[in-house]
Design a protein. Structure first.
Length: 434
């Protein structure tokens, strides 16, 4: 019996989620289902030809070079010790406040995120940099790990955000504009996280200790060490915003700049350089596997007309523009319990994006909104990728303790989402000047 294209699409999604539950890598699962479904509907010849052509096009496309270049930049930055310098500088200025080490961690996460672009890398780095310091001053485990988990999500908002770059590649949006669109929402996140810490300190004053006040000599000394991070950020993002670099060129210049700064400061040994190259290569290979699998799955969806059917179904529900947006965001929060941020973006955006354009939402603004929602999935129970990363680094803390500390920041993120939906200009003001 010949199955209809709709039935094949439904079976494809069921098989895809079954494979993911069986721990098959997301890229492999999407590629397998995509090629099999496409072959069933069009024949094995076109399906096999599609595998070769798609794989070659992705790995040789100049535009996709933005991913390994920014990953390499982040690897050099991590191994040259810039994260520790940023944290030390922030700590000398605000560490003596109640909850000041938490505020310093958020500030340092923002600074590190602005030159690494990775949420998971930010969470992993500060689990080893900030957590021991907070525990030394008797900060509760739940608060310390919750702050680091929340601060890690800033990696997806500040340029060079790998997740925003992938969203731009999938939807054919200007990556430079997407990077700029993340700046003000990222700063809003930093301010709201710091305000959350202040509220926790005010409500439970005995819960968050203070550290000794640093002298101005110590503060100025710490500031001197931050020049490398600041120079690299200004160089890359200034060149991108000023039109001197394309996003791919900015990634290459950033990787080269991080390498040269590390060498000039004698912070990169031969082992560090080799380790950074291997780390960036492995991560890029994993990302390209997911990208290739997602594009193969996307061809399958196109043949079954799934995006058009989903658009017609959702717009026909009579929920209105913002009602549909709430449904989509709710879907992403649920998916956050099942898969990581990159997989969610790659799997769902080809289906959801036509709905958004049909409803008249700005695609750049939607990119920021959806990345924020996806990043919320990194910290909310019961899964939370950042929570797993912190648990891997900090072995003496339980998952329930980390999730307890994260809950106030989840509430803050939901409020921030509401603000950005109500005031899209926050995300669109900087890109409008490009």
């Amino acid at each position: 019996m010949e199955l209809s294209s709709d039935a094949v699409a439904v079976i494809g999604f069921v098989v895809l989620f079954a494979l993911m539950l069986l721990r098959v890598p997301v890229g492999m699962a999407m590629g397998l289902v995509g090629v099999t479904g496409f072959g069933y509907l069009t024949g094995s010849g076109p399906a096999l030809k599609m595998v070769g052509q798609t794989s070659m096009r992705i790995v040789t496309d100049y535009t996709f070079g933005v991913i390994p270049m920014f990953l390499l930049m982040g690897a050099f930055v991590s191994r040259s010790g810039m994260s520790r310098e940023i944290f030390r500088a922030a700590n000398t200025f605000v560490g003596h406040w109640r909850g000041g080490l938490g505020v310093a961690t958020i500030a340092a996460c923002a600074g590190f995120a602005a030159i690494s672009g990775s949420s998971v890398a930010t969470a992993a780095t500060f689990s080893s940099v900030a957590y021991p310091e907070m525990r030394r001053f008797n900060y509760p485990q739940s608060f310390a790990t919750g702050v680091i988990a929340a601060g890690g999500t800033l990696g997806a908002m500040f340029p060079p955000s790998i997740v925003l770059a992938v969203y731009g590649l999938i939807t054919q949006q200007d990556i430079g504009k997407l990077f700029m669109a993340g700046v003000l929402p990222g700063l809003l996140a930093v301010c709201m996280y710091m305000a959350t810490i202040a509220v926790i300190g005010a409500v439970r004053p005995g819960w968050l200790p203070t550290a000794p006040v640093s002298s101005w000599v110590a503060r100025l000394s710490a500031l001197k060490d931050v020049w490398a991070s600041l120079a690299l950020f200004v160089f890359v993002i200034g060149g991108l915003y000023g039109g001197l670099f394309t996003p791919t060129e900015a990634g290459g210049m950033g990787a080269g700049g991080a390498f040269l700064i590390g060498l000039a400061r004698r912070r990169l040994t031969r082992e560090d350089i080799l380790g950074a190259l291997l780390q960036a290569t492995r991560t890029a290979a994993a990302m390209f596997t997911v990208l290739i699998g997602a594009i193969l799955f996307g061809y399958f969806l196109t043949v079954t007309q799934t995006p058009q059917n989903v658009t017609a179904f959702i717009t026909g529900l009579g929920l209105g523009r913002y009602g549909v947006l709430m449904v989509i965001m709710g879907m992403y929060l649920i998916l956050g319990c099942l898969m990581d941020a990159m997989a969610m973006i790659i799997l769902t955006v080809p289906i959801i994006f036509p709905v958004i354009t049909e409803l008249g939402f700005d695609p750049v603004w939607f990119g920021v909104i959806i990345v924020m929602t996806v990043e919320l999935g990194l910290i909310h129970p019961p899964v939370g990728m950042n929570v797993f990363v912190i648990k891997t680094v900090v072995k003496d803390v339980s998952f329930s303790t980390i999730f307890l500390g994260v809950l106030p920041f989840v509430a803050t993120d939901l409020i921030r989402l509401a603000i950005l939906i109500a005031f899209p200009i926050i995300a669109l003001w900087l890109p409008s000047g490009m």
